[in-house]
Design a protein around this ligand. Sequence first.
Ligand code: BDR
Ligand code: CA
Length: 311
Amino acid sequence: KRKVIIDCDPGIDDALAIMLAVHSPELEVLGLTVCSGNVPAYMGAKNALIVLKKCEALHIPVYVGETDPLERELVTAQDTHGEDGLGENFYEEVEGISYRDGAVDFILDTLRTHEKVSIIALGPLTNLAKALMKDKEVFTYLDECISMGGAFRIHGNCSPVAEFNYWVDPHAAQYVYEMLGHKIHMVGLDVTRKIVLTPNIIQFINRLDQNKAKFITEITRFYIDFHWMQEGIIGCVINDPLAVAYFIDRSLCDGFDSYVQVATDGIAIGQTLVDVASFYRKERNAKILISVDEKRFMDFFLKRIFRGYEE
Ligand code: BDR
Ligand code: CA
């Protein structure tokens, strides 16, 4: 099994990504670390526990981390994900179990004490940047870093050029790309925008198993309405589960290696500058994903959550 920490900001699509991860026998999820993004960090941690409870996976610890971006003021996405971050359904804390503080130290301690740990980051990179600032050396033990964020050839979702996670904390994103010393796999909007959970699919999963589909149906209703009203899309784009799926099965996406920098000020703040033509003559620090087999992804996602894993 591959050991992973999932750093996230749940968030409706984070919730679906966590569900996919805990239903994937190839992964050992050592912990969820949460920072502010879609919702403030403590609300995100409450949501992480709600998702784990639904998956009967409350043995996985949840740690709260950074409550504010490194330099910018926090802007959440509660217009997209609902006031509670889960489509305006779940305001209550899970009874009898709580999240803990100290996400940054959890990340560092885990890297120190386990071999070959990877991080799948589904939110702003604030926790990772803070951990790197505290102890850069320990990141030599990191196996891989998969980050949902950024955009290469496609327009942004927060500005004409910026994607939400890197736009919320561009300084953290830039710091991580610059300092990690590992290739980051950038699972950006170029690929994630192709993953759409449609009302048809929701109807279909309700036929497969109404009980299991209930939670997904509930949390995505608000998200689907938002997509229809804001973008005229039928269904909702689910970005984060693709990062988990790609971590498990590389053949789902394709891309190329490049040097990437994140703009930290000006009108393009949060934009990923992908140096395809090597203007900066810098070493490649990321793999940029540009294509995805969306049908195979959906099959992968649904089979795991609804039928369990099939050899
Ligand atoms: C990213 O922003 C968040 O709203 C989603 O959870 C995803 O991680 C997409 O831009
Ligand atoms: Ca997210």
